[in-house]
Design a protein around this ligand. Structure first.
Ligand code: G1P
Ligand code: ZN
Length: 543
């Protein structure tokens, strides 16, 4: 074996964001760019000598190339064994599951999640720790520091390995095990979900559509829904992962999963619709004629999780990211369990899960998960819904409406302003921060500001403080607007504005979302002076 030490110079832009390092493919294709970043990760991992590492990605363009590079670098950096998904594939939740099951020291997950793929699309590299969850900021900052001062990287000059064939092979002193990317995940789902009951549901003629959006969950969904649970062939559509996701934007929301929305709102809607994103950690749930917001979905899963074998003993607690609606908090209060509010990003849930403080968690951005792994899990959420549907024997839209009737409805929408000038976006946030002291008591249209702040999070487990996680404006009329800048965008800045209003009166639950939220939207636009700062009259995406 020959280990080469390749001299290199740092790139200044290798600071990981909300979810690892995410950039355009051409940025990643610059000579040494990938190697520098991977070397910086390997240099930061403690105790890597002889340890087991997991490698896999969502199959997007450039995935296999980076997998091959990472394998050779892992060998040169002294790892003992690498588990790599066949064809370099592993969904994000499956990677988390494999890391935990095989007691790996961590995993390299190659993905840009729901961002578009292809030669001009996005790519990403993130590192997950031995608990299976995203690396905390202390780790990613250490990686960034190393990357900023790197002088060489180590790589084995072995040829590429055959990623198609399941089995063992060696690179230098390291063993590479090419594994079935689906098997461990299916085994875990079987422990949590009542497969028998869900199979009965399908036997009774229940119809569903799962749209994998030509991304990673296709093979997982086919293996579980069609092969194991007996859903008819064709239940999973767009089930072949494609390097460019078939030109689609693999983000499961009403805008990008429009085919599914059309079907579910049409005359021949099946009983249940679902979709997942590029790397399989997000989920979208649609009842016939009714899109279920991720915030409501989290609340409903919190209500009924005990109906699934994995949660039969009840929940320890529930957590949601701050911009997620408070629907889950209302359920937690009724169940007498604690509700936690964390900053945006899955990494903040890991400590709460590890400490056993929560069992379920979720984000408004279509992420839902539980203590079974340390990532959000798209297909798991769909399976838990199916388990609940199989037990309650009620239509999905009925379940949602009954939930609103019992707890009130949190009307919710998110406005994204994408590809803004970074400076304009920063100025908007700075001006908003400067106004915070003077806003309470001020009236904007029909609403009056009650309180506002810049969300700061103190982790209840390690007591670390994460400041500046988004501006929250609470209105007296039980409404809220939240402003923050995205940490996952790859060009310019993205402003996210989260808008919600609570409505306890069931006779008003069927009002159009846009109508109920119009006063909140107007107030938010006025307070943040969005048009003046950004030059935009309307958001790029409304979900
Ligand atoms: C977005 C979502 C956030 C999610 C993250 C990774 O981050 O808003 O909830 O955890 O993607 O999937 P953002 O771009 O807002 O920083
Ligand atoms: Zn994702």
């Amino acid at each position: 074996m020959a280990i080469t030490r390749v001299p290199t110079t740092p790139f200044s832009d290798q600071r990981p964001g909300t979810s690892g390092l995410r950039k355009k493919v051409p940025v990643f294709r610059q000579p040494h760019y990938v190697e520098n970043f991977i070397q910086s990760i390997f240099g930061t991992v403690e105790g890597s000598r002889g340890a087991t590492l997991v490698i896999g990605g969502d199959g997007r363009f450039f995935n296999e190339t980076v997998v091959q590079t990472a394998l050779k670098m892992a060998a040169a950096n002294g790892f003992g064994r690498v588990l790599v998904g066949q064809r370099g594939l592993l969904s994000t939740p499956a990677a988390s599951c494999v890391i935990r099951k095989h007691k790996a020291i961590g995993g390299l997950v190659l993905s840009a999640s729901h961002n578009p793929g292809g030669p001009e699309g996005d790519f990403g590299i993130k590192f997950n720790m031995s608990h299976g969850g995203p690396a905390p900021e202390s780790f990613t900052e250490a990686v960034f520091k190393r990357a900023s001062a790197i002088t060489e990287y180590k790589i084995d000059d072995a040829p590429d390995i055959d990623l198609d064939r399941i089995g063992e092979i060696r690179i230098g002193d390291m063993t590479v095990e090419v594994i079935d990317p689906v098997a461990d995940y299916v085994e875990l789902m079987e422990k949590l979900i009542d497969f028998e009951k869900v199979a009965d549901l399908f036997r009774s003629g229940f119809r569903m559509r799962f749209d994998a959006l030509s991304a990673i969950t296709g093979p997982y969904a086919k293996a579980i829904l069609e092969d194991r649970l007996g859903a008819p062939a064709g239940t999973v559509v767009n089930g072949e992962p494609k390097p460019d996701f078939g030109g689609h934007h693999p983000d499961p929301n009403p805008v990008h999963a429009h085919d599914l929305m059309e079907l579910m709102y049409g005359p021949d809607a099946p009983d249940f619709g679902a979709a997942s994103d590029g790397d399989g950690d997000r989920n979208m749930i649609v009842a016939p004629g009714l899109f279920v917001t991720p915030s409501d979905s989290l609340a409903i899963l919190t209500s009924y999780a005990h109906l699934a074998p994995g949660y039969a003993e009840g929940l320890a607690g529930v957590a949601r990211s701050m911009p997620t609606s408070r629907a889950a908090d209302r359920v937690a209060a009724k169940l007498g369990i604690k509700a936690y509010e964390t900053p945006t990003g899955w990494k903040f849930f890991a400590n709460l899960l590890d400490a056993g403080l929560i069992t379920l968690c979720g984000e408004e951005s279509a992420g839902t998960g539980s203590n079974h792994i340390r990532e959000k899990d798209g297909l798991w959420a769909v399976l838990l819904w199916l388990n609940i549907l199989a037990v309650l024997k009620k239509p999905a839209d009925r379940i949602v409406r009954d939930h609103w009737a019992g707890f009130g409805r949190d009307f919710y929408t998110r406005h994204d302003y994408e590809e803004l000038e970074t400076e304009a976006a920063n100025n908007l946030m700075a001006s908003l921060r400067a106004k915070l002291g003077s806003l309470p008591g001020q009236r904007f249209g029909a609403l009056t500001v009650e309180a506002c702040d810049d969300f700061s999070y103190t982790d209840p487990v390690d007591h670390s403080v994460t400041p500046k996680q988004g501006i929250r404006i609470l209105f007296k009329e039980d409404a809220r607007a939240v402003f923050r800048l995205s940490g996952t965008g790859t060009s310019g800045a993205t402003l996210r504005v989260y808008l919600e209003r609570f409505e306890p009166d069931p006779t008003r639950h069927d009002l159009p979302v846009a109508e109920v939220l119009a006063p909140v939207i107007d107030a938010a636009n006025a307070i943040a002076e969005i048009a003046a700062f950004t030059g935009r009259d309307e958001p790029s995406v409304v979900t």
